[in-house]
Every structure is written in C-alpha cells, then in structure tokens.
Design a protein around this ligand. Structure first.
Ligand SMILES: Cc1cc2nc3c(=O)[nH]c(=O)nc-3n(C[C@H](O)[C@H](O)[C@H](O)COP(=O)(O)OP(=O)(O)OC[C@H]3O[C@@H](n4cnc5c(N)ncnc54)[C@H](O)[C@@H]3O)c2cc1C
Length: 415
C-alpha cells in the first residue's frame, strides 16, 4: 500500500485526486483463520494490528456485524487521558496515551491527536479530596498530573464560571498531555494497517454462534457461514454479554446507553477538555468549532443505541451554571452508544474457561483512550496464551477473588 505523505497529496492533486489506493480491502471470508477477532471497533482492530506487528501473527480475520468503527469507537467524545488512581490502570492507560502521541506517524494516518490539556473540575470538597489523592498516586507512578486552584482553572478556560451559586469551582485535576483524537480516524488507521498486513476485515458479518469442543474453541457461526479458527478474541464492548452467552459463559458486565451531543459550530472559545463530574457533563471544542458535550449513562440496563431528549436536557441544564455561554447555543445532533460496565469500573482482558477463547471488554464509558494499550495487551495475551504484566491484573478471576481494581473515583462521571 502506498504511503500517505505531503508529496503523495501533491502528486495526486495533479490527477484531481483520482487513483488513490483503497484504504482497506473488503474480501469474502475464508473457511479458516489462525485467529478470529469479533468486533471491528478500535479495540478489536488494535488487537489484530499488534498481533501482526508485535507477534507476527497475520492469518487473522476481524468480523464486524455493522461497519468498522460504527460502534462506540465512532460515537464517543474522544477524550484521551491516563490519570487514573490504581497502578495497574495507569500502566495500561499511560502506555496507551503514549502510543497516541506517535500514532499518526506509526500508522501513517493522521488521527489528529491533540494533547491540549484536560481538567476534571472539583466542585465539592469530597471531589477535591479525591483528585488530590489521585494526583499523589500519579506522582508515585511517575505520571505528570497536578491539582490546580480556581484562578488557574479560569486562566486555562476563561469561559468557565468559577463562582456559581450551587457548584463553585474549588480547583481541578489537570493533565497537561491529556486531550482528544479523531475517533473514526483511529479505527480507519488501524484498519488500513491490518489490511496492509494481509488481514481480512469482514464487515456486515455478525457472529451468531460460537463452536466449542472438549479441547476448546473451534470457530464461529456467522451470517456469512461458519469460520474455523484456532484462537478467538471477542471485543464487542456493550454486546459482550450476548456473545459470551453464545459460548455458555456469563460475564460480570452490565450494558447501558451513554449519550453525547454537539452544538452548532462557533469560533474557538475552549482549547482544553473540561470534565465536570459533579454535574455530570464534559465538554470540548472540535476542530470544526462544535462544542462536543457528553453526559452520564442511563440509569437502567439497555441495548438501545440512541440518544434521548430528556438526557440532552439534563446534561445541558447541568452544564449551564458552569458554562453560561452554552445557554445561547443551538444543539445540532445527539447520539448514543452501548457501553459495558464492570463493578469496579476497570476492564476485562482475559482468557476464559473455554481454551483459546479470550474476552476484552468492560471499558465502560472510557475505553477510547485505551485503544492502543488494550490492543497491545490483548494481542500479547492471545499470542502467548497467557497474560503479560499489562493484562494480568485485569483477568476475570479478580471478580471471584475479590481483587478489584477500583476506579470509581478516578473514572469520575464517565471518562
Ligand atoms: C457517547 C459516548 C461517549 C464516550 N466518550 C468517551 C471518551 O470521551 N473517552 C473515552 O476514552 N471513551 C469514551 N467512550 C467509551 C468508548 O467509546 C468505548 O469504551 C470504546 O470505543 C470501546 O471500543 P470497542 O472497540 O471495545 O467497542 P466498539 O467500538 O463498540 O466495537 C465493538 C464492535 O463489535 C461489533 N459487534 C457487536 N456484536 C457483534 C457480533 N455478534 N458480531 C460481530 N460484531 C459484533 C459492534 O458492531 C461494534 O462495531 C464513550 C462512549 C460513548 C457511547
């Protein structure tokens, strides 16, 4: 596949930008692969990519029931940060954030990573204490985060009202190298690199069953016929419970809708990412000028992958006190995704009782930022059959053993 470069753009411009290679192939599925990954979201594609790049396993098919990146990966608010509380979380989220820093170069695809700085507002004393604790933990972990006072918050983000009557800003958790990346581009970048390695990305091919024998997994049933494989990785986020059931397994996961919305585009007014966890809202400005706004999850389990008016109203109402300027903006569109929540708000990267069947899920409301690190860890687990140091703490057995990785404080409202 030809490389993208300024020279290539100039050369193709002479031909009115005709003659570009297809970014990825759309092959018919073969009857057998060494490895099958279910789910062409960011995590599934990154798993396939690192299987090829780090472990030289390239006979891989990625099966997607819709279109690649059409699940949560293409529906999130693109926040990237690594300031979590527990050592095990910081190890994987910070590897991920670092991989984002060089992703455009590594994958030869502009993913528009923008480490513009991210703050999580402390609007109650309880929250301020929680963030100070996370900052202290991060300094022991060698991660650069800090707790900043309200004046500094206002300097970094002039449109914030810091002395609101109900929720004054008492300070913020600040990660200067946190930010955003373009979500679709991340999926497209991995897809192009996987296709370039000869892997098969098969869209519109839902997995409808998992075949297993006494010696472990045998393959999958799909809308396009049965496919055999030696190893099977399931990376389907909010649909993990459904696919696990196909193998006779039950996961400690709940699926809920999470929603977001964008405003009409306006001139640049916000050049950091702000999360206001007390009021359940977070906000950043896209390159097009839209304010990208996210809220909390639905309070009940469901699979309805869409937004709802009352949620928009609640999220905007909650944010207006802290960002008065948004009261005069029109909201353009809203959407929802189905996220997969575990009890300790940490992911699952794990083998299962069925030999050679692996699950990667439970990233909940905050897995976009984890895509590269998660793919790296999952590929190692699948290639070697046992977890490396990154994935080991996130095994399913932790729920049986009570060895939780509690991120309910650092995971905040959502991310
Ligand atoms: C509104 C919203 C805002 C968010 N904001 C952020 C944020 O700012 N920062 C952050 O870090 N995270 C955020 N997240 C979370 C993040 O989007 C997810 O954790 C992450 O994208 C999960 O990626 P994934 O690849 O595991 O899942 P997905 O992208 O959902 O991919 C799973 C794929 O599996 C496919 N699939 C399902 N069942 C089958 C089947 N039977 N056969 C074949 N394919 C199947 C689906 O079609 C889907 O494409 C947000 C999520 C939402 C919904």
């Amino acid at each position: 596949m030809s490389r993208y470069s300024a020279f290539a753009i100039a050369a193709k411009a002479l031909n009115r930008h005709t003659g570009w290679d297809r970014a990825w192939a759309s092959p018919e599925p073969r009857r057998r692969y060494d490895v099958v990954i279910v789910g062409a979201g960011g995590h599934g594609l990154a798993t396939a990519y690192y299987l090829g790049k780090n472990h030289n396993i390239r006979d891989v098919a990625i099966l997607e029931k819709g279109w690649l990146g059409g699940g949560n990966t293409g529906r999130n608010t693109t926040i990237v940060r690594s300031g979590y509380l527990q050592d095990d979380s910081v190890a994987i989220y910070e590897l991920s954030r670092r991989l984002y820093e060089t992703m455009s170069q590594d994958l030869n695809f502009n993913v528009m990573f923008s480490p513009r700085g991210l703050m999580m507002l402390a609007q109650t004393h309880h929250e301020a204490r929680g963030y100070k604790r996370t900052v202290n933990a991060n300094s022991l972990q060698g991660l650069a985060t800090e707790f900043i006072g309200p004046r500094r918050v206002k300097e970094l983000c002039p449109i914030i009202e810091i002395s609101g009557p109900r929720f004054p800003v008492l300070g913020a958790f600040w990660q200067a190298r946190g930010g955003t990346a373009r979500h679709d581009a991340v999926a497209w970048a991995y897809a192009r690199a996987c296709s370039d390695m000869g892997m098969h990305i098969i869209q519109r091919c839902a997995v409808t069953g998992i075949r297993r024998g006494a010696d472990g997994v045998r393959g999958v049933e799909t809308e396009k016929g049965p496919i055999d494989c030696e190893k099977l990785g399931v990376v389907v986020a909010g649909h993990s419970g459904i696919v696990a059931e196909m193998a006779g397994l039950r996961l400690p996961i709940e699926s809920v809708a999470l929603q977001a919305l964008v405003s009409e585009p306006v001139k640049p007014c916000l050049d950091v990412v702000v999360m206001a966890n007390t009021v359940h809202g977070y906000i950043s400005q896209s390159d097009k000028g839209e304010l990208v706004i996210g809220g909390g999850t639905d309070g009940f389990n469901n699979y309805s992958q869409r937004g709802s008016f009352h949620h928009v109203e609640e999220t905007v109402r909650a944010l207006v006190e802290t960002f008065p300027i948004i009261s005069r903006l029109k909201m353009l569109r809203q959407w929802g995704g189905i996220v997969d929540m575990t009890g300790d708000r940490s992911p699952i990267i794990s083998g299962t009782p069925v030999r050679n069947l692996f699950f990667n899920c439970g990233w909940g409301t905050g897995g976009f930022k984890a895509i590269p690190g998660s793919g790296w860890a999952m590929a190692e687990l699948m290639a070697k059959g046992e977890p490396g140091s990154l994935a080991a703490p996130f095994g399913l057995e932790r729920f049986r053993e009570g060895r939780f990785i509690d991120e309910s404080v650092a995971a905040g409202v959502a991310h």
